[in-house]
Ligand binder design. Structure first.
Ligand code: PLP
Length: 451
């Protein structure tokens, strides 16, 4: 392993590095920032040589696992051959081949692929395309977007406008107008529906219809939904939910966008979770797992219907990114998809997901573990103050519990995962798609020890 000078790195980080979504004060007042220097399989190492279980695939990204020299070699070979060329009025083979592969995996008639460099850009692209599509249909007043409370869709100002986490937006208001919020599918907190999940799903879907009618169908361009909502802690769709959402969208001429930035590329057990839940979206946004993190890329996958007006004539979509569909990233994505197929990674997730859940369900005997939920290799564990009443921690307690204690305690115990307080307090797990029973048990044991 490469040697690192820990003190020197900490000093330089303190002097110059600005971390994302993080309190810089850990560098000024605290013990410094954990510096991760190596990954192999489902493990990572810090600069002091300590080994950790990567229970979050970096950030829902390293789906095929760390240390794949094959992907590194693919990147090096492509960089030597053609490091860069844009897909602005030109093309290169990797972008063409990758678009073809992705169109094959995508459900229904989602056959057209617009590349970006990450998830937020993919969402931004879908937002702008939805608005422009309706303009081309002679309906320029359709520009609003409906999304769900606590959902995260990225940081560009359009994507942030439809994000449902007020604390993330307050600093940047006023944002692009047009974001409208409906309830998410947090069944654990929907106690008025008793144990009737189907009824709850219909209720939640009908809130979308209510919002469309309230705003006026002639003003609503699209609904953006994650198949499994990440923020708030892995809210799965109740059976029948997406069927009803599709009916509503079709009825009012509103586009349905599945934000699969996390769920895409195997996380839920199919290449796209839209397939798992039989969602029929008009667009899919994806990124993270596409290259398993070996190079950045994102994509917006678009239906034939939306693409139709662009097929002939003078209209172009006046939008793009210099690095969108980067030759190196596209080459790595193609090789990553080969690994998925050779190692049957989606099948591994499908077959083993019930065992992962069973291991985590064991934690329900711990007094502060209120709920275990999720699907595939994507689970959230909600922590509560009182299990019988489901009373949650207040903001201050939540902050002390998660930021003040759990994040660090879990990391110290050798498990990197997420302790999230953007809704009610939740621990989130999204390990590489390669793992199996032994690793589920290891995760359960570490969580049990700390909790
Ligand atoms: N959409 C969803 C559902 C996400 O989870 C994320 C990031 O976590 C994004 C969009 C934004 O992606 P990125 O950070 O690559 O811009």
């Amino acid at each position: 392993m490469t040697e690192f000078n820990e003190a020197d790195l900490q000093q330089k980080a303190k002097d110059h590095l600005w971390m994302h979504f993080s309190r810089q004060s850990v560098m000024e007042d605290g013990a410094g920032v954990p510096i991760i220097v190596k990954g192999d399989g489902h493990h990572i190492w810090d600069s002091k040589g300590k080994k950790y279980f990567d229970g979050l695939s970096g950030l829902f990204v390293v789906n095929a696992g760390h240390g794949r020299t094959r992907l590194a070699e693919t990147a090096a070979k492509q960089a030597a051959e053609l490091a860069f060329f844009p897909i602005w009025s030109y093309a290169h083979p990797n972008a063409i081949e990758l678009a073809d592969r992705i169109a094959d995996y995508a459900p229904g008639d989602l056959n057209r692929v617009f590349f970006s460099t990450g998830g937020g850009e993919a969402v931004e692209t879908a937002f702008k395309l939805a608005k422009y599509y309706w303009k081309l249909q002679g309906q320029p007043t359709k520009h609003k977007v409906i999304s769900r409370s606590v959902a995260y869709h990225g940081t560009p100002q359009g994507a942030l406008a439809i994000t449902g986490i007020p604390a993330m937006k307050a600093m940047f208001e006023p944002l692009t107008p047009g974001g409208f919020r409906v309830p998410n599918t947090n069944f654990y907190r929907a106690t008025e529906h008793g144990d009737n999940l189907i009824e709850f799903g219909q209720w939640a879907a009908n809130r979308i219809e209510e919002m469309i009618l309230f705003e006026g169908p002639e003003t609503v361009a699209a609904v953006f939904l994650e198949p499994v909502q990440n923020s708030g802690g892995c809210f799965t769709p109740p059976p029948g939910y997406f069927k009803r959402v599709r009916e509503i969208c079709t009825k009012y001429d509103v586009l349905l966008v599945a934000d699969e930035v996390i769920t895409g590329f195997g996380r839920i057990g199919d290449m796209f979770a839209s397939t798992t839940y039989d969602i029929q979206p008009d667009m899919i946004t994806c990124a993270k797992g596409m290259t398993s993190g070996y190079s950045p890329i994102g994509a917006t996958i678009v239906s034939d219907r939306i693409y139709e007006p662009f097929k002939h004539g003078q209209t172009s979509f006046s939008h793009g990114y210099t690095f969108g569909g980067h030759p190196v990233s596209a080459a790595v994505a193609l090789e990553n998809l080969k690994i998925f197929e050779e190692e049957r990674l989606t099948q591994n997730v499908k077959e083993n997901s019930p065992h992962f859940r069973a291991a985590l369900d064991k934690l329900l005997d711990i007094p502060i573990v209120g709920d275990v939920r999720g699907d595939g290799y994507f689970f959230g564990i909600e922590l509560v103050k009182d299990k019988d009443t489901r009373e949650t921690f207040n903001d201050e307690e939540s902050e002390r519990l998660l930021r003040g204690f759990l994040s660090k305690a879990l990391f110290d115990a050798g498990l990197y995962c997420r302790a999230d307080d953007r809704g009610d307090p939740v621990i989130q797990l999204a390990p590489p798609l390669t793992i199996g029973q032994a690793e589920f048990d290891e995760i359960e044991q570490t969580l049990r020890g700390v909790l």
